[in-house]
Design a protein around this ligand. Sequence first.
Ligand code: GLN
Length: 496
Amino acid sequence: MDLSDLSAAAIAREIGAGRLSAREITEATLARVDAVEPQVGSYLSVLHEIARETAARVDERIRGGETLPLAGVPLAVKDNMCLRGTRTTCASKILESWVAPYTATAVARMLEAGCVPIGKSNCDEFAMGSSCENSALGVTRNPYDLSRVPGGSSGGSAAAVAAYEAAIGLGSDTGGSIREPGAFCNLVGFKPTYGRVSRYGLVAFASSLDQIGPLARSVEDAALAYDVMAGHDPMDATSIDRPVEAAAGALPTDLRGLRIGLVREFETKGSGTELDAIYRRAYNDLEKLGAVLVDVSLPTADYGVATYYLIAPAECSSNLARFHGVRYGLRVDAPDVRAMYDRTRAAGFGPEVKRRILIGTYALSSGYYDAYYVRAQKARTLIARDFAEAFAACDAIACPAASCPAFEFNAKSDPYSMYLMDYYTIPMALAGLPALSVPCGWATPEGGEVPMPVGLQLCAPLFAERLLLGAAHAYEQATQHARARKPAIAQLEARS
Ligand code: GLN
């Protein structure tokens, strides 16, 4: 058996029982990384030394009698999260050689639980994008078809887990960046309630939306990671101080009595297509497991994309003001300070980041603030209210995670068509709700030859993570869409 095939749950169990060591798992994973990285490109840095040192410490702790929920689990960390002593680039030239002086709370909790960090994974620059193509530092390919994108912005973490270069990946989701790459790479991609997982040490993109969560090959593994990461952190002012119900030990296998809402406004999209048939079958499967399907309405969800693309750039323009050559990363020298700022930012940021800074600065400028930013905030409130009303009639909502499977490189060349990729994931982000993507089938994209994974999105009320993971687990166990589909990367190489 190839040790890199094991799930996080199995690795922790075997190491805890003394049947395997963290060292063995780490060596097997690093060998897998060496074998597939030239084709897949998940990581911006591979942490050979840190991984080996951490594994040795985990083995020591186990020998010392400690119980570690994620003992020896190989972890991919998105490169917008700080891990002390490692480059944390946000896939941007402006931070290309910046080394983090401290560790993000979410990452620290995963390490405390026994994880071994394998590498810092690629993403869209500052997490702005849906395909990883906005990375200024590397190309990541979808392990199921190397001519296609892995999704984004957490595409490196998704590709790493899908290619068995890690058992769990950490992603950040601002408008869909965990759920969409999860769907594209045959994974469970889980965004908890806003404020559930600390943002301390996550480089801020849009602070009122950013949320860290896991990418994993099963719901159980995602739940294990969530249980470890969730919970109050005094270092993050928006972290919620409220007890967390552990999810991993209590995952049900049926959906009896659960009311699942199907969103009327999402129903007409794409009817008659192969994707539509996949989603219909998924809804039927939910019903077969005992769920009661109910019709719900989200009348303002259609404004989600427009709302998000004012709020997120507004916050990004403010958050990214700190990158000007003085305190972090790149500096392009000039005769005076003002010119130094300008040259540094002109050289350091890529085109999408610049576009967002311009849009956001415009939306926040006096004279336009009420017309754009304030209006977007009002729309955000209406969207959240729609969800609250829908949840009066149902316990969870089911809908697509993305409007298409993974697309080819350069397929979405205008920004707007890329923005539309988040049509189904943005409304939940604006409302702060927990949501996840779980594999629900395979579809061959137009003009494609290889069937690509499709994701079902499930969403629950604020703080209902346990219910959400439970529903996803029951569905996953009954359908097994993700099973036995390890990507055959060596065979794919010829096509790319
Ligand atoms: N694709 C969206 C964007 O570009 C979402 C990104 C994210 O969730 N980080 O803003």
